[in-house]
Write a protein that binds this ligand. Structure first.
Ligand code: PLP
Length: 212
């Protein structure tokens, strides 16, 4: 299958209210170009340096989503152009995003990453900690950061009921907020995520093929 065919078949299969982020991490420029020519505009990367160099060489109307674990000292490299940061999990990271966004006179949209998987390895904060950030006085004062939604990753398991349960818990929490974006679902579990209410899915291998 070609990248172009993968994108058009996904476009047909994903409901129109669900935003598709093409996860292009590790993939070379020509492959991203091909997806771009098929109409794809939102791309996800998990390494800041890699995202910066791709941003430099690709069309400027691409929306770059940062989906990796964010180190504070890397925020400055992407503050000029990043369109959405998915994995924010602390006030101190938000503070740094605020500082760097201000330098560029931008407002950077962010998602808070919620820990929903039972596995110990996944990043993210328990819901109670997310609440604290959402209601904090400090966040209210930040003029260059906008929390637009939540992001979560389910356990890596064949147990689809477990995955559905984890996504459902995130959706229930999301419904108690007035946030707009719910980023959940990857190539292996996006059908479940959409069924459970995702508004954004992050797909890599189902578009570009397996990574090494
Ligand atoms: C790599 C990655 C994806 C995409 O994974 P696929 O299984 O290739 O679709 C989605 N979200 C995050 C956070 C990732 O790191």
């Amino acid at each position: 299958m070609s990248i172009q065919k993968n994108i058009s078949s996904l476009a047909q299969n994903i409901p129109s209210n669900v935003h598709l982020v093409a996860v292009s991490k590790t993939k070379p420029i020509p492959m991203i170009q091909e997806a771009y020519e098929a109409g794809q505009r939102a791309f996800g990367e998990n390494k800041v340096q890699e995202m910066v160099s791709k941003w430099e060489s690709l069309p400027k109307d691409i929306q770059w989503h940062f989906i990796g674990h964010l180190q504070k000292n890397k925020v400055k490299y992407m503050a000029a152009f990043v369109s959405l940061i998915h994995g924010v999990d602390s006030l101190s990271t938000l503070r740094e995003i605020e500082k760097q966004a201000k330098k560029h006179q931008r407002v950077i949209s962010c998602l808070l990453q919620v820990k929903i998987a039972e596995e110990a390895t996944k990043f993210g904060l328990p819901m109670i900690e997310i609440q604290k950030i959402l209601f904090s006085e400090e966040l209210k004062k930040m003029k260059h950061v906008k929390i637009v939604g939540l992001m979560g990753m389910a356990s890596f398991t064949d147990d689809t009921e477990q995955v559905a349960k984890e996504f459902r818990s995130l959706k229930d929490f999301f419904d108690q907020t007035d946030l707009a974006v719910l980023s959940m679902g990857m190539s292996g579990d996006y059908h479940i995520a959409i069924k459970e209410g995702a508004t954004m899915v992050r797909l890599g291998s189902s578009i570009f093929g397996a990574r090494n």
